[in-house]
Design a protein around this ligand. Structure first.
Ligand SMILES: NC(=O)c1ccc[n+]([C@@H]2O[C@H](COP(=O)([O-])OP(=O)(O)OC[C@H]3O[C@@H](n4cnc5c(N)ncnc54)[C@H](O)[C@@H]3O)[C@@H](O)[C@H]2O)c1
Length: 346
């Protein structure tokens, strides 16, 4: 299927400066902070907006005193008044533990967040990007997933606040396109991993690495034969930035992810091998509506962006393990310092 596209009259982009003022919502989160790094390193001015639900100031600390960088505490479910050339909307908790914690708020973040960002983009005539997700395909009956597949989502299940919230956000993006000729870009992001993932958000890569580094049992849900594809964060950010730079006729939705497929058991074995851990595997029941298979068809992204992931799983895991090793060592040092202070040590 071709990317959904239509002729667009958006004169604003013809005069777009190479140095832009860019809004990144969810900018203190995992993907958002890497996107901020990328945009800052390209010389743009960045307004990073976050309510710090799952994001951390630490993730963007290196830019804190930079004259081109501004960090704003704000909830995207509320209107935002800023002047920017482009908007990347990434604000939304992304792991089941976090998005199921307050499901109503999750739906509000996706839906009201999209409405607010689209309203802002309309007022500013700004290009706007939406971080959608492979979860819009639900438990897919088509494999690998192509953009033309409409999905298989349970609208009343525990994952629906996220899946349906993201689906509604996509609907809003395309309605703003049709009704107001807005310049939109929608990416359906598949499992992405790398440094700055939240250490206890229950996502499989961070879970396995943290468990392996702590020599705790590695928890596999189900029999471990379900498959996932894992995209390294640098590859993903490259895809997002390339999509944002395409002509206005390319709107997506576009799959971004790594099509190499691994079983969860293979991932666990690889992490144990690479960390030299003594962790054992333990098996727990599969959560409700957990998809059996997930792999992107990235033909459209290859064609439209000339993009494909280049970081191999082993290499990406290596960098991620290094990151978590440092984080856990720092946490141990801090915990040790607190303990010794409490015990009266100097
Ligand atoms: N990481 C992945 O594998 C993946 C896959 C598919 C889609 N996505 C999407 O990419 C985006 C970023 O995901 P991530 O992995 O970086 O997750 P993350 O949880 O690290 O980042 C989300 C950020 O949004 C912020 N946020 C949440 N609700 C907000 C609100 N109402 N107002 C303002 N900020 C809010 C959080 O504090 C956090 O900083 C999300 O929209 C997610 O749905 C991620």
């Amino acid at each position: 299927m071709k990317p959904i596209s239509s002729p667009v009259k958006n004169g604003a982009r013809n005069n777009m400066p190479s140095h832009k003022k860019i809004l990144v919502t969810g900018g203190a989160g995992f993907l958002g902070s890497h996107l901020c790094d990328r945009l800052m390193s390209e010389g743009h001015s960045v307004i990073c907006v976050d309510n710090f639900l799952t994001g951390r100031r630490l993730n963007v600390e290196r830019w804190m005193n930079h004259p081109r960088f501004e960090l704003k505490g704000h909830d995207v479910a509320l209107p935002l008044h800023v002047e920017v050339d482009e908007i990347y909307n990434l604000a939304c908790p992304a792991s089941p533990i976090h998005y199921q914690h307050d499901p109503i708020q999750t739906t509000k973040t996706s839906v009201l967040g999209a409405i607010n960002m689209l309203g802002l983009a309309k007022r500013l005539q700004a290009r706007v990007f939406q971080a959608s997700t492979s979860e819009v395909y639900g438990d897919p009956s088509v494999h690998p997933q192509v953009e033309g597949y409409w999905g298989n989502v349970n609208p009343i299940g525990p994952r629906a606040c996220y899946d349906e919230g993201k689906r509604c956000a996509e609907t809003l993006f395309f309605d703003y396109r049709r009704q107001h000729n807005l310049d939109i870009k929608v990416a359906r992001i598949f499992n992405t991993y790398g440094p700055r993932m939240h250490p206890n958000d229950g996502r499989v890569v961070s879970n396995f690495i943290v468990q392996a580094l702590n020599s705790d049992p590695i928890t596999i849900y189900g029999d471990g034969n379900q498959t996932r594809s894992f995209c390294y964060v640098d590859d993903l950010i490259e895809g997002i930035v390339r999509l944002m730079a395409t002509p206005a006729s390319i709107t997506g939705p576009l799959n971004l992810g790594n099509p190499e497929e691994f079983t969860i058991k293979e991932l666990a074995d690889l992490v144990i091998d690479m960390t030299g851990s003594s962790s054992e595997l333990t098996y727990l029941p599969l959560p409700q509506n957990d998809p059996r298979q997930r792999r992107p068809d990235i033909s459209l992204a290859k064609e439209a962006l000339g993009w494909r992931p280049s970081v191999k799983l082993r290499e990406g895991l290596n960098r991620t393990i290094e990151y978590f090793d440092t984080v856990l060592a720092t946490e141990d040092r801090v915990a040790g310092a607190i303990e010794s202070t409490a015990m009266g040590a100097p």
